[in-house]
Write a protein that binds this ligand. Structure first.
Ligand code: ARG
Length: 590
């Protein structure tokens, strides 16, 4: 970026004139701390901070730096201001040339990360035989964005969908299916839809639950069935597989609705680590990381205590010999580190599971599976709230079905699209398609535009609003650019570095310049909401630019038209790329 070159030049000048860095070199020493500014293009605050630290005169040091920077044809103006800031303005030529280089590159000039490694992202992990809810939405949306962003910056990414497909409840379900063998048959149905799959699973769940609660003999048979399942009895396994397969039909239908690609090979549920559980426990016990306590195999932590003040352990193996969620997650860590060779593990999971992951990660560190070279982080997300600010529920107090929510979003969005459709000349088919892209985009964007850790209100009215920080606003910005480019006909975008830029053009250009830097920051801090914020600002700069600068005016000389088309085009490509990384489509006509 032109900003990076400027920062480098300032650092070099500072090294030349400024005081020598003490050794070891303090963090941030010699960083000019460039920020965008209203008065000039940038303000550098680093000299002030440095001089203060050394009890020197900041204005004098700043003046020396200006001198040392010498002739630089990218700089239009550099002046010392206030107590010792530098105000810096770039030449218009430097901005346009840098953007032209960006435009000539398929990747829009975004560099690959220098130390790319392998990351496993654990996300989109619904549970077999259960309805998906808004919590599963968040994990899927945030996880998918993280995967795309990391891959774009050159990281090798392995996706893992750690679905809940193991545990005592399958004893009950399988036993019921064995006793009512036709419950999952779908007689006469040509293609089983997700809805249908879920409704039969729900029916079986309810019926088997009722039996389990009322019939002691069934309860016993169900409990024995769990033992068979864990022992790998083929018939039991085959019935279990039917539940998994049926659930997958449903999961895929929801992911499809979400316009999200999920691959079978990446679905490795809790059951996938079954063969490792024994060994995991043995290793933990032998190394003394886990100890026997009241018959259970436990790991203790100084800082994890229950309300009674007694330590709350992580239970790896229960006193009845059963394994739980923790043993599976610890085995998954071993697999991801030792077999998949990951250096980073990201878990996109509800913040309400933070204590679990804190204990699991600490246990894995004590066992040596995680260390300074292999780290695990939970990308924890907050709760989705209803308009009333309470956890999202239906009017009857039930959990909201994710599918219903998505259908409603698409319905609302289609109405919004339809309103404008005639003016744009959209066909019915395009209206339907755009309605989907706008509705699903709205849901994804609302999730991605606030920091993951925060709770957010699920408010469809706000989400499909054309004004404000919404995906529709960004999608319209993109479509408007495409419409201008179409109208321009034979006149093609072309950069003209020799032209003088209007202030709205400079602001747009300097913001475009930041794309690569924002992406690498978002990739390393795991904060997709910063990409959403960047894109929203980009669309806002574009709006100001339209207000102040005519693009296709007959009064404009041809170079000016081409240069403005160039800015439009690069903005469009940046919007398109950025939205794609967030999993959101940008229709060409809207
Ligand atoms: N299936 C779990 C749920 O619905 C989420 C799994 C999270 N991933 C993990 N490795 N534990 O809450």
């Amino acid at each position: 970026t032109v900003q990076q070159r400027l920062a480098d030049a300032l650092s070099a000048a500072l090294r030349e004139t400024g005081p020598a860095a003490p050794s070891p070199r303090p963090a941030g020493w010699g960083d000019p701390m460039l920020r965008r500014s209203d008065r000039a293009d940038f303000q550098a605050n680093g000299i002030l901070a440095l001089a203060k630290k050394l009890k020197g005169n900041p204005r004098e040091l700043a003046a020396k730096v200006v001198e040392a920077i010498g002739p630089n044809d990218e700089l239009k103006e550099i002046e010392v201001s206030g107590p010792g800031f530098l105000n810096i303005t770039l030449t218009d030529e430097a901005i346009v040339k840098t953007l032209a280089a960006r435009a000539a590159d398929d990747r829009l000039g975004v560099p690959y990360a220098e130390n790319a490694g392998t990351t496993v992202v654990d996300y989109a992990q619904p549970n077999v035989a259960k309805e998906m809810h808004v919590g599963h939405l968040r994990s899927a949306v945030i996880g998918d964005a993280m995967v795309q962003i990391l891959e774009f910056t050159g990281e090798k990414v392995i996706r893992r969908h750690h679905i809940g497909d193991w545990g005592t409840q399958y004893g009950m379900l399988i036993q019921f299916l064995i006793e009512h063998p036709h419950e999952l048959d779908h007689e006469g149905v040509e293609e089983v839809t997700g809805e249908e799959a879920m409704s039969s699973l729900n029916r079986i769940y309810k019926a088997s639950r009722a039996l389990f609660d009322s019939d002691e003999a069934f309860k016993d048979r169900a409990r024995n069935r769990v033992v068979d399942l864990q022992a790998g009895d083929p018939e039991t396994r085959a019935h279990w597989q039917r539940f998994v397969d049926e659930s997958k039909i449903y999961f895929y239908s929801v992911f499809d609705k979400l316009d999200m690609e999920i691959h079978d090979a990446d679905i490795v549920g809790e059951s996938g680590y079954n063969d490792m559980l024994d060994e995991t426990c043995r290793l933990l016990e032998e190394s003394g990381v886990a100890v026997r306590s009241e018959g259970a195999l436990c790991v203790f932590f100084d800082d994890v205590k229950g309300p009674d003040g007694n330590p709350t352990p992580l239970i790896v193996k229960k006193s009845n010999g059963g394994y739980g969620y923790a043993a599976t997650d610890l085995s998954a860590i071993r697999d991801r580190v030792q077999n998949l060779k990951a250096n980073t593990l990201i878990y996109v999971v509800d913040a309400r599971q933070s204590l679990h992951f804190k204990m699991v990660f600490e246990t894995a560190r004590r066992a040596g599976w995680l260390n300074d070279d292999v780290k695990a982080v939970q990308l924890a997300f907050g709760t989705v709230l209803g308009k009333d600010g309470k956890p999202f529920k239906t009017r009857e107090g039930a959990t909201v079905r994710l599918v219903d929510l998505l259908d409603e979003a698409v319905e609302r969005a289609t109405a919004v699209v339809r309103e404008k459709a005639e003016k744009v000349g959209l066909t019915e088919e395009e209206i339907v398609e755009n309605g989907r892209y706008v509705g699903i985009g709205a849901v994804k964007y609302a999730d991605l535009s606030t920091s993951a850790a925060r709770d957010y209100k699920f408010d469809l009215d706000q989400m499909v609003s054309l004004n404000g920080d919404t995906s529709v606003y960004l999608q319209y910005a993109y479509a408007r650019i495409q419409s201008i480019l179409r109208k321009a006909g034979a006149v093609k975008p072309a950069a003209h570095p020799e032209l003088e830029l209007a202030s709205a053009e400079r602001a747009l250009g300097l913001h475009l310049d930041q794309f690569g830097e924002v992406l690498s920051e978002v990739a390393s801090s795991h904060e997709p909401h910063k990409l959403a914020a960047y894109l929203y600002q980009l669309a806002s700069h574009l709006t100001t630019f339209y207000d102040q600068c005519q693009v296709l005016s007959a009064d404009n000389p041809p170079e000016l038209v081409e240069n403005r088309l160039f800015l439009c085009d690069l903005t469009g490509r940046t919007l398109h790329q950025g939205m794609a990384l967030l999993g959101i489509r940008t229709p060409e006509r809207l």
